[in-house]
Design a protein around this ligand. Sequence first.
Ligand code: ZN
Length: 510
Amino acid sequence: MKSNFIIENSKIVVIGGCGTVGSLMARILKDNGADVTVSDLSTNSPQIETLKEEGIHLNLGEHDESILKSADIIAVAPSLINNHKLIERIKKLTDVKIISIDEVLSFCNINKPVIGVTGTNGKTTTTWMLKHILKGAGHKVPEHKLEIQGNTELIPSLQARLNGTVAVLEIGTFGNPDEIKRSALNSQVSIGIMTNISKDHLNNSRKFSDYIKCKSEIVEVADLLVFNADDPIIASLELGKKPHNNLFYGIEHIKSNFNAYADKRKCPLCNADLKYKMHYLGHLGIYECTCGFKRPHTHVKAYDIEDDHFTLVMGSNEAKIKLKNRGIHNVYNALAAACGAMALGIDFKDIVRGIESFEGVKGRFEEFNVNGKYVIVDYAHNPAGVRAIIQTLLQKKSHNSKLIVVNTISSESGIEGDIEIAKILKDADIIIVASNASRMALMETETNSQVVMAESSKKSSKTGTLGASKEQVGESLKIAISKAEDNDMILVIGEGGVKYSSEILKEFKN
Ligand code: ZN
């Protein structure tokens, strides 16, 4: 059944090839040896440059009839496959085979190891750090080259099919059953990395136990799993499953004087309160239960963490590491990436070099100097993410300086999550309310911090996962900068802040 058409050396026109999914279809067909032309009514897609670089021909602004007529196969992007008028028009012009995303997925093989990264926080940074390590070790790693925040279910399975020697995919979810499983199966994930599980994308109707079930679906698909041992829920996932040669990573020892936010967890086996010997970040730490459940033995370990450096231990190998990005959450990201690289058999020296030279990801702890005022922009948008960034900054802050937080979050964790975030922000000296969601949450929360509500935050401007408009971010940043003195830190959290801050701050500079 597989050979009723041949991709190699065929002339294939991809209709709608400027979109996110369409552009990946075009690139995969090209990688499989086809002569590809993208035909799209759009003329200003951000994908055009990538398509050109890959040697794909372009037919933009129209669907040129002579190009359609000369094709051996016509592939149609999912957004257009149900456009009957368009499909009828193609059928009148030519009787060649019309294929959809399903045929591209089944006819183009993956032929490489695939690592899927999942969890609540740290997915993106772990994915990028691991890719960076692998590239430094000589691997070719497929990139989707799309500006996407969050997840589109088809992207991982398409990205896995692009040219390369090993694929690293971020596999996200909106918390719906089977999303991760489908994504992992379609992209043939062989190694799964699980970073941590805390509340995210939860609203009142959804239980945390259902969310855990969704997030852990990768366990059913991958042959080998890389687990964060310091997360009790993740540590419990391998119990009762088929025997794996799973790898665990975790923090063994912290050197510096350390105040962590401590979040309690129940024992996943008997539901008693877990006893924590040490909390590193939220519910991550060293724990045990009277029933015998305890943190597993680790294969990749961090010792002597102090600010941005630590000792990495993997088997008999040991190295002092200096990260370019500080914070306990970044130590965890480094351990996850190191453990993933170890599963692939990468040399220890390549792992160390990769971790140390990794610059970070856009929108994660991005630092700006605006006329002498220090601004940090971070994508943190759920309680665990906000806790991580606030913990990092409180450790960095001197006694006579202030922490000013601009909150642009968009209620991705529901009003309960927003209120939890508002409570964490009590540790800030000044809170600037930018989004409508953060305004609602603050009105439900008692705080001793100074609070300034941006006038524009009265309006709700939520679109998708974006919670604040450019106007709201702009007004709030202006207030923050007017209140900041030279030693203070301004932290902007949420997706709206990531999207608009760098542009707005550039306008502020004089
Ligand atoms: Zn127990």
